[in-house]
Design a protein around this ligand. Structure first.
Ligand SMILES: Cc1cc2nc3c(=O)[nH]c(=O)nc-3n(C[C@H](O)[C@H](O)[C@H](O)COP(=O)(O)O)c2cc1C
Length: 204
């Protein structure tokens, strides 16, 4: 076995080098396709792959949102700070083009949902709408907001208070990863999906 390794100290790298190395190491990342509402009622939709599960009691997920180059909040952060509510959709192959297109930097007065002409359903417990084609949509409320790092980035912990599961991706009562075709973010412009799955039994 080759013992050849490269050891790097991330803080020695420049900003772009740090970002590209980290986003190529921490893979695959699920993508939170996140809908929020501004205080003036304009809907916003954007994808975030610095996203993950934190707790199942109660259901809690984390979302990490960077700042704009001028240090201002992205629309998603501003809306979460103002209104605390989001619908987080798990990104899947069938709407991946719309998901990537929704990362365009539109003005706060412009809605990515309207711009991309996406059909929505009203949510039940929160104000932001949910995307009609999404296989999984989680109605969520912010329980904690913290600035992290030198950016800084805005880390949000959100409690999921209701989850919508599209019937056709279920196997018995649970989402089936292969049926869902959930999309993972890799480094650069790379993506993967959950169609090549396998199982490993755990030790007793
Ligand atoms: C697949 C994908 C994943 C992304 N992940 C993140 C992320 O984790 N954090 C972040 O700040 N921006 C991320 N972005 C960029 C944001 O989506 C982008 O800045 C967007 O314009 C923010 O929208 P907003 O200002 O409407 O909130 C990602 C973009 C794509 C396409």
């Amino acid at each position: 076995m080759s013992e050849s390794h490269r050891s790097l100290i991330p803080s020695d790298l420049d900003r772009a080098g740090r970002y590209h190395l980290m986003t190529s190491c921490v893979v695959p990342r699920p993508i939170a396709w996140t809908s929020t509402l501004s205080s003036s009622g304009i809907s916003n939709l954007a994808p975030f792959s610095f996203f993950g599960g934190v707790s199942s009691d109660p259901w809690t997920v984390m979302l990490s949102v960077g700042r704009r180059r001028d240090g201002s909040y992205k629309d998603t952060s501003q809306n979460l700070i103002d209104n605390s509510e989001a619908v987080i959709h798990i990104s899947t192959r069938e709407n991946e083009r719309e998901m990537v297109a929704s990362s365009a930097g539109l003005d706060p007065e412009e809605s990515e949902i309207d711009f991309l002409q996406l059909a929505t359903f009203p949510s039940i417990d929160v104000a932001p709408p949910r995307i009609a084609t999404a296989a999984i949509a989680m109605e969520s409320r912010v329980v904690q907001h913290q600035e992290v790092g030198n950016g800084p980035i805005d880390l949000f912990l959100l409690e999921v208070i209701r989850v919508h599961l599209r019937e056709d991706v279920l196997d018995k009562d649970l989402p089936d990863a292969a049926k869902m075709g959930a999309v993972g973010r890799l480094g650069g412009t790379g993506y993967c999906d959950t169609t090549a799955t396998y199982e490993i039994d755990r030790p007793h």
